[in-house]
Design a protein around this ligand. Structure first.
Ligand SMILES: [Zn+2]
Length: 208
């Protein structure tokens, strides 16, 4: 018996094959029309980080954490990464550009104002920007942030670089190499300049 199991498996469970990727494909994933059905794997984020909470596969039910991690890495299976506390889906991958309403609400709750340094435009009045442009970047909490229209345009067209090193934290580099970090609570810090400025070393203040 695995040391983590609170009780021995039932006889039926003991005889069932392990839910590995190979076994999943024994199930009827194709319809009679020959089109492949979609399989949703709902995985708590803590499970992907090594936790023991089970994941759930549509029509199959719970699967062990280590199998969930294996399935989440399988490109043909849509991942539904969830917040274990609220159940909110945090990552829908590249299945859709537009975040589902609960995901959009989660991001706007996490970052209640525009993520540009110094900007106080409420998130509810801002657009949700893919930090890494879609579809190279997924529609996921760790790749979304509210930007007011002005700063969305600056980010998209004016040579400003933006990264989200951890969900809800945004680091900006202006075209002149000035760097800022804005936290989810709105606090903004001036970071050291990059060693190699991206453009001529001008000393202009950023238009924030
Ligand atoms: Zn803004």
């Amino acid at each position: 018996m695995p040391p983590s199991a609170p009780a021995g498996p039932s006889p039926a469970a003991a005889q069932a094959p392990p839910l590995t990727g190979t076994v999943l494909h024994r199930y009827p994933l194709s319809s009679t029309a020959g089109r492949r059905a979609r399989v949703d794997v709902t995985v708590p984020i803590t499970t992907l980080l090594g936790g023991d909470a089970p994941a759930y596969v549509t029509s199959l039910g719970p699967i062990p954490a280590h199998d969930a991690r294996a399935h989440a890495a399988h490109s043909s299976i849509r991942r539904l990464l969830t917040d274990p506390a609220s159940g909110t889906v945090l990552d829908v991958g590249t299945s859709t550009y537009r975040p589902p309403a609960p995901l959009a609400e989660h991001v706007r709750h996490r970052n209640p104002v525009c993520v540009a340094p110094g900007c106080t435009q409420p998130a509810i009045d801002s657009e949700l920007d893919h930090t890494v442009p879609y579809p190279a970047g997924p529609t996921a909490a760790h790749n979304l942030g509210p930007l007011c229209k002005r700063h969305h345009l600056l980010k998209t067209h004016a040579g400003y670089r933006l990264v989200q090193p951890t969900p809800g934290v945004f680091e900006w580099t202006t075209p002149t190499g000035q760097r800022y970090r804005k936290l989810a609570d709105g606090d903004t810090f001036h970071l050291e300049r990059e060693p190699e400025p991206t453009l001529a070393d001008r000393d202009e203040p950023p238009p924030f």
